[in-house]
Design a protein around this ligand. Structure first.
Ligand SMILES: [Zn+2]
Ligand SMILES: [Zn+2]
Ligand SMILES: [Zn+2]
Ligand SMILES: [Zn+2]
Ligand SMILES: [Zn+2]
Length: 669
């Protein structure tokens, strides 16, 4: 065993060693660190040490000289661990200093900011006009949550630039625009990833690793927000400020929406990098921010993931026969009926789609999509309009008024059909019975939709059996998922009050409007009914001529429907087994027709978390969940794909209304 602590050396030995040109102070520091790392009784310890130092500093030192140096440096000194190291706890000293009243009296405005953790902009110059901002610095203390479970007080520094062309506040991870009446924040990749911590306003900051860890848990595991915060708060129990679930949920959603915008690379550029926008005050403005921007984000999501085969095709090898599963060979539809958000009780609201989509069925009465006020049946809007009390005869006038007021549409469906329980699975099938959820004949609500329903004689397959009423609680039915056979989620819609073929038809039309190149093969539990429905609704030339200029509708008429293998056994009609059977088609017999089921078993663990969210955080959480899962599934995470270049810059339908308000404001800067 080498023993370096001789104890007989003194400060003159240090001078003697320091005079040797080969021993620089950094080299001594490095040798000490390596000495502390290597196991005490490692064979050939000194030789390893010499070689490691040589590797790092390219200096030859004889082992006995190294031994002398370390023995000398490691002698204990009065106020330190050794000659070069203090023996103080920096955090402890700073805390002691800050909490001392005398120091506070000496410098009342700055003492509180002498903390261990500091989040500071990279430079104290304005990134836009290069003016020095050191005199305009602002300080605040926040709670910083570290990935190891600790929570600490941290100082956040910001600079204000108020020169004639700028009106900005520069934070470590973002910039706040101060010029408009409505403040907003933006960031780019460089700002967001500067430093180990991320601060997005308010009183809270996080270690980036903590947010990244949760993003991975969300996309690969079954960890809801409240499980994560509970687990996090158990990591360390002393002097810990507990991480509150709702706070974490909001900041995480905004953080991931920022990442989503940067991933898609669609925002205005600042300093030659694409920007992402977020609200100035996350806790109060998150819902409004999602309402204004969601349609744009959603279209981008659909466009990107439904065309992923054109720029990053999957190479998923099937486990069974070791054959390649074709990327994006088929679209698979399935409903997931466990995610049931609370709904406002007003049924007299029509479907409204984002701009640039055509209404296949109009008007479609789907009911209000808003979340009701706590312990009430109606949302604020419906309560103010007193809509639910109006007679059903006047519902069209009021519904029109209402739908104009709804600035953002959830994806809604008609009430014309109710779904049924299938005996074999928890999937529910569509029935042609014209009743709404309360059992009232639909004709009293919407005589128009009634006329569109194909006659029952067309539906010969047995997948609809007996009528089952939806339960009385005012909750949404679930979500409809469209995924490719390579397990990439390309489209999702909330099913408000029933699962209907018209919902699926509308969803497919919207999908093909955005991505006309997508495969025309669609797999669905009740594919036979869907195929017949498309024919029954649009066989009439005059009716289909209405939409003939719409690319999505043209694609819908070209779709070939199939039934997935799992559900085909429930179909008794011979037609289904001969014409909708994947195994009888040479190009499709190898594809994974149950990819939606696999996604469903994953999303199921988030049912409770999602069901308790309001409408805005609900859609934002779905967008994030599915985006993260797609990224992780395709291994596209942390990869920056220029889709405009790769997919031939196909123009996405952009809304000209207030959706672009953040982008327009950017031009002012
Ligand atoms: Zn400036
Ligand atoms: Zn794929
Ligand atoms: Zn299914
Ligand atoms: Zn309502
Ligand atoms: Zn069938």
């Amino acid at each position: 065993m080498d023993n370096f602590s001789g104890g007989s050396t003194d400060i003159y030995d240090f001078l003697r060693i320091a005079l040797d040109q080969r021993f620089s102070l950094p080299l001594m520091d490095f040798a000490l660190s390596i000495d502390a790392n290597l196991p005490l009784n490692l064979p050939d310890r000194l030789d390893h040490l010499v070689k490691i130092v040589k590797q790092a500093f390219e200096v030859d030192i004889e082992p006995h000289r190294m031994f002398d140096m370390l023995s000398m440096l490691k002698q204990p000194s009065a106020d330190g661990k050794n000659l070069l190291q203090h023996n103080k706890n920096v955090e402890h000293e700073l805390n002691k200093y800050v909490s001392n009243i005398d120091n506070l009296c000496d410098f009342p405005h700055s003492t509180a900011f002498c903390l261990t953790f500091t989040l500071e902009p990279k430079s104290d110059r304005c990134p836009q006009c290069q003016k020095s901002l050191s005199s305009s610095s602002k300080f605040r203390t926040v709670t910083l949550y570290l990935a190891d479970g600790r929570s600490k007080k941290a100082t956040v520094v910001s600079y204000e630039c108020k020169s004639n062309q700028c009106s900005l506040e520069i934070f470590p991870n973002f910039i706040r625009n101060l010029s408009d009446n409505e403040q907003y924040c933006f960031t780019n990749q460089e700002f967001l990833s500067s430093g180990k911590y991320v601060y997005l306003g308010g009183q809270t900051a996080f270690e980036c690793l903590l947010l990244k860890q949760y993003a991975c848990l969300l996309s690969n595991g079954h960890v809801a927000f409240d499980s994560f915060t509970r687990a996090f708060n158990e990591l360390i129990d002393d002097s810990h400020i507990p991480l509150e679930r709702r706070l974490f949920e909001r900041i995480f959603i905004i953080y991931e929406i920022i990442q989503f915008q940067l991933f898609m690379g669609t925002g205005e550029k600042f300093l030659n990098q694409c920007c992402a926008f977020f609200p100035s005050n996350i806790s109060t403005d998150i819902d409004n921010f999602i309402m204004v921007n969601y349609d744009r984000f959603y279209k981008k999501f659909v466009q990107f993931w439904s065309s992923h085969n054109t720029f990053y095709p999957c190479k998923s090898v099937k486990e069974v026969d070791n054959e390649y599963d074709l990327c994006s060979a088929a679209v698979i539809c399935d409903g997931h009926m466990k995610i049931r958000r609370r709904l406002c009780a007003n049924p007299n609201i029509a479907l409204s789609l984002p701009e640039h989509f055509v209404y296949l069925f109009k008007p479609l009465i789907v009911g209000c999509s808003h979340t009701p006020n706590p312990k009430e049946k109606l949302c604020t809007q419906c309560k103010n309009n007193n809509l639910a009390k109006e007679a059903s005869t006047s519902c069209f006038a009021s519904e029109k008024k209402q739908s104009q007021k709804q600035s953002r549409s959830l994806w809604k469906i008609i009430m014309a059909m109710i779904w049924q329980e299938s005996s074999a699975t928890d999937h529910r099938y569509i029935d042609h019975t014209d009743t709404d959820v309360t059992g009232t004949p639909m004709t009293t609500v919407s005589p128009v939709t009634d006329a569109l329903i194909p006659s029952a004689s067309l539906l010969s397959c047995n997948v609809h059996k007996e009528d089952v009423m939806t339960d009385e609680s005012k909750r949404a039915c679930g979500i409809l998922l469209l995924a490719t056979n390579c397990q990439v989620i390309i489209c999702f819609e909330e099913i408000l009050r029933s699962e209907s073929r018209k919902q699926v038809m509308q969803a497919l039309t919207d999908l093909y409007t955005i991505t006309p190149m997508l495969t025309r093969i669609v797999i669905y539990d009740a594919g036979c009914l869907l195929a017949k429905s498309v024919r029954a609704n649009f066989a009439d030339e005059s009716r289909s001529n209405e939409f003939n200029n719409n690319i999505g509708f043209k694609a819908l008429k070209e779709v070939r429907f199939f039934v997935d293998r799992f559900h085909l056994s429930n179909h008794k009609d011979k037609y289904c087994h001969t014409h909708l059977n994947l195994d009888l088609d040479d190009t499709l017999k190898n594809i994974n027709s149950s990819s939606c089921e696999q996604i469903n078993s994953w999303i199921k663990s988030y049912s409770q978390m999602l069901s308790n969210m309001n409408e805005y955080r609900f859609v934002a959480a779905l967008l994030i969940l599915f985006h993260l899962r797609n990224c992780s599934h395709t291994k596209l995470c942390n990869r920056w794909v220029d889709i405009e270049r790769n997919s031939g810059s196909r123009a996405i339908p952009h809304s000209s209304s207030n959706h672009m308000v953040y982008d327009e404001q950017m031009n002012i800067i």
